[in-house]
Design a protein around this ligand. Sequence first.
Ligand SMILES: [Zn+2]
Length: 285
Amino acid sequence: MKANMRYTVKQFHADFPNDDVCLDTIFENRYGDVKFCPKCAAETKFYRVKGRKCYACKHCGYQLHPLAQTIFHKSETPLTSWFYAIYLFSVSKNGVSAKELERHLGVTYKTPHRMARQIRKLMADGGDILTGEVEVDETYIGGTRKMAQKFNNKSVVFGMVERNGVAKSIHVKSSGSRVLLPVIVKGVSPDASIHSDEWRAYKGLTKLGYSHTTVNHSKLEYVRGLAHTNTIEGYWSQLKRSIDGTYHSVSPKYLQHYLDEFSFRYNLRDVAVYPVLLEQAAKRV
Ligand SMILES: [Zn+2]
């Protein structure tokens, strides 16, 4: 399914009409087509145990519990509501607030907050190592670098973006080299070419073995051949629009979850998000 083929809410309800279908989907995503029983080793089929959220081997009765350790574990919310909530996250451009979930699902009190938090876990950074032409930059949520240094109350976000590829951003303590360089080493392949502005924290990159070019924004230099940071600047402006548009502000405590959610959408901009989220949902969290 391509991103431009819209998965409508009507199709969604047709595909997932009840909790049994949802449970079967989770079972298939988690275990695939189980041909041999992990317990009795016989060639087998697993059948749904009536009235319970598990499946049993037709020979020995060994049970598989597809919801164990997933975001659905021990939840009393119907699976159809969970699936619908995940659907809403998948079609939304900027995220779904607990208030919206409350309205759409008719769930109240702590449930929508808990569901939103759990669904965001599905969008956690998968640990990709960035390669090729990689742009790095820092930004300040709610202020500027100067303000962050002076008032020490702005959240510093460090971003790394592959040109025509994936991105990640991390809520960091400061924009100093001792903080940023280890993050780059962990997230960017040694054979990548890194592009940044002239912020002094990046000066150590060549010593670390990276090919590194800079543009001097303070001298109004923005592009010099391959040296530019236009990609990550586009990424930042989308991120800031998204925070302003949906959540208005994000508390530092939840900022990393929000950044992961934003990058997840950015990274899947050319594919359908819903099947990816359902696959993630069948995994342990
Ligand atoms: Zn068996």
